[in-house]
Design a protein around this ligand. Structure first.
Ligand code: TMP
Length: 236
């Protein structure tokens, strides 16, 4: 059993702790919610428990499907043990259906199926409000090399194909989602979380939004929607 050490970092939705093993950290999920670059903040009761259980389930599914991830094991309701990554400051977004900033920025109609998935990159920098960028920006900022981008893009598209199918079997449409990657002993691993905070998930039958958009746009039923996603993801 590993020992939980000092807190290394506190983010908006998680705390990261060191352990007695220098290769491992503990991710602890909070109920704190934030949106629009932290202009809107609040609490979603039980969110940390849902996001930890959903992330653990999905990361172990991805590992079993051949994707290298930071996931090691679920430790408790709100804690997962992970490989310690040196996070690449590039947020990778994959989209299957038009929503969110894609609609705002380019005028796609919300809900329109995209003919093929779009992969986008954002600079992970709160002070700059996570601007959209391309590979050249990221390379000139020394965040990742051209070879790294081959890995990021191919892994993101593989993960997308796996998750579209995984969620569809649970009556959820994977509209879009955000991934973070990091380095561990010179290899790139998938990091962070995959949860209703970082994915748009719509009920297949009704189209009801079951993700953080309920918090962003005050749609109500927030806790119930997170629990519904947890129930469907953990079923089987
Ligand atoms: P967007 O439409 O606002 O660009 O978001 C695309 C997807 O990425 C959506 O599923 C929410 C997720 N996302 C995050 O997880 N963190 C972020 O900071 C942003 C901007 C989006």
């Amino acid at each position: 059993m590993m020992k939980k050490g000092n807190m290394l970092y506190e983010g908006k939705a998680k705390k990261i702790f060191e352990t007695d093993n220098p290769d491992l950290i503990i991710q602890e999920f909070k109920d704190d919610a934030s949106a629009f670059n932290a202009l809107k903040t609040g609490t979603i009761v039980g969110k940390g428990v849902v996001n930890n259980s959903v992330s653990c389930k999905i990361f172990s599914f991805l590992e079993a499907s051949g994707i290298p991830t930071h996931f090691v094991e679920k430790l408790s309701e709100r804690e997962m043990a992970c490989r310690k990554l040196d996070i690449i400051k590039v947020e990778v977004v994959v989209r299957n259906v038009a929503a969110g900033s894609l609609v705002k920025r380019y005028g796609f109609e919300e809900g329109a199926d995209l003919e093929f998935p779009i992969v986008e990159y954002y600079l992970k920098d709160d002070a700059l409000a996570d601007p959209l960028m391309n590979e050249s920006h990221a390379m000139l900022l020394n965040l990742a090399s051209a070879e790294d981008f081959v890995v990021l893009k191919s892994q993101a598209l593989k993960i997308n194909a796996l998750l579209v199918d995984y969620f569809f079997k649970r009556n959820l449409k994977l509209v879009d989602f955000k991934l973070e990657f990091g380095r561990h002993h010179d290899k790139i691993f998938l990091g962070d979380e995959i949860s209703p905070d970082t994915c748009r998930l719509w009920d297949v039958g009704s189209g009801k939004k079951l993700d953080k958009d309920r918090f962003r746009f005050d749609l109500g039923d927030i806790e119930e929607s997170y629990l519904e996603v947890q129930k469907r993801v953990l079923a089987d």
